[in-house]
Design a protein around this ligand. Sequence first.
Ligand SMILES: *Cc1c(COP(=O)(O)O)cnc(C)c1O
Length: 224
Amino acid sequence: MKIKENILELKDDIKKYSPNPEKVLLLPTTKYVDALGVLEVVKAGCKVVGENRVQALEEKREILNSLGEKDIKWHFIGNLQKNKVKYIAPYIDMIHSVNKISLAKEIDKRAKQNNRRIDVLLEVNISNEESKEGYSIKRLYEELPDLLKLENINICGLMTMAPFTYEEEDIRKVFSDLLKLKDQLNKRYFNGKLVELSMGMTNDYKIALFEGATILRVGSKIFK
Ligand SMILES: *Cc1c(COP(=O)(O)O)cnc(C)c1O
């Protein structure tokens, strides 16, 4: 079974490249497969998975629930539209893509309606690419005071996507800058509460591990 082998290889790499392997979550990004594909990674030991579209997530979750797989944890990693938050708010384990105050407020409101607190990450556009979603550092600092007022979201880390480049040093810089930003924010605002760094995908996960990633969002390497 190839999926299982790929996961084992990734787990070996986590031990090899991360300074804190026990803190790293391998998050299979299951957008490439249907519910049965999700089931395969669950059987291979990954019970937390990431989806980037609400409708696909809901469909797969429903099928897996009907198969009796009720303890899978779902992370939302894609661009999230405000009007879709209500669908996932009752159960989503973490949302990686909070990139504006209006979205954060909507998540907060829906979490409250469901009597829960939702773990979220702030998505940062470290490389400042125009085409990219995510906070610029400037806007992040502007909105932070308001973000911190929201009681039903738990901001527990940062997320970023590396630039589309083959220059390893450019990628490395983006990841190490995210780590530095996390440390700064912890000192000034979070008192050590920011622990997660969601960074690293199929093409750059080894670099991300080296730079302190705690959540790897990997799809192609597992499923293709
Ligand atoms: C698809 C996707 C990934 C995984 O990308 P691969 O290169 O296939 O590993 C990670 N993060 C997000 C937000 C994605 O949409």
